[in-house]
Design a protein around this ligand. Sequence first.
Ligand code: PLP
Length: 415
Amino acid sequence: MKNSGIPIDDVVAALAAKRARDVPWAEGRAFGMVYDGGDAVHEVAERVAAMYLHENALNTVAFPSLGEIQREVVRWTADLLAGPDSASGFLTSGGTESILCAVKAAREHARHERGIVQPEMVLADSAHAAFHKAAHLFGVTPVVVPVGEDWRADTDAMIAAIEPNTALVVTSAVSYPQGVIDDIASIATAAADRGVLCHVDACMGGFFLPFMERLGHDVDPWNFAVEGVTSISADVHKLGYAPKGASVICYRDKALRAHQTFVFDDWLGGFYASPNLQGSRAGLPMAMAWGVMAHLGVDGYVERTAAVLGVTDRMRAEVRATPGLVVLGDPTAHIFCIAADAEHAAPIDPFALGDAMAARGWFHDRQTPPDSLHLTLSFGNVDQVDAWIEDLREVAPSIGNHQVDDRSTNYATLE
Ligand SMILES: *Cc1c(COP(=O)(O)O)cnc(C)c1O
């Protein structure tokens, strides 16, 4: 930073220049990271942002509007998750924080209700990396179980891994890597039989599966309607279409939620309580989440879900019809991944495909194992899908047996 500041116009121009190399998500050609709800969503978020740019949700006595906003967003979300009247939760800054809170609450529950001092957490290797972050931070030992041939958590192995000191069993609806739903009914019921909590990671599915159900699609049991499910994370900043910084962690009842809250009453600064991991807490993403949800309503989400499902199904069909490529598993929501067809005489290297599509302006995240391209669809992609299909038809046959040397799948911020 210089000693003398620069004029506001220069600030804006400098940032505009920095953004030039960022992924141009608004063009609808990136399949992840920014989930775009369209122009009306941008307008409501921007107008709410102008009102709530400076507010602090640390103290909802000083800012009662943010307390109300939190209660309403949590209740609306709990309803989408088939939460009972007793369901309660908090807004957090994102899926990772919701997951951290759920794991911390499970550890406290195990300690105080079951006397467990060395807690374990059972999860499949499809479960989001945020659970390993939680295990690392909170001293919970992860017990990792493989996925089956359908890329869902291996149900028998999950159940067999539950031990007397298991604090939490983790399931996904839908999983991030392949977009599939675990056998939550069987796993959660087995956990409940042993007095163990079961979390459903619906960071991706929480704002998509409810609307698929309303559209008449069969969705495997995944929410609080399954008796043994004790907590669910659902990201408003993914398919809830709110700008980044908003997720809901929801518990079946207040007693479970109480294990998440931190309270400290022996400080010169006075009584201190905080619901999640943050101290000072931006009111901005909370208010934008409220604004976007209130504006869209269930109908707005159902309409967007129908459009997204329609194009995702067409894309999956196109990949399956392309010699040398496969879709892994049988994902039915808005996520899938593209891998080489090992059974085919000439499997296509998905990373070579990704690079060739990138040359035409498409952005797919790489993931492994196995090497594959990840796609999460949202409303902002819908109009681009005809062009994507056309490009895939042209690009895929031209790749032949070309393999790219760079096999990295960097998905990280290390600086
Ligand atoms: C995105 C995601 C997370 C983590 O959420 P962040 O908002 O990135 O912190 C967790 N689980 C699943 C299934 C996700 O898709």
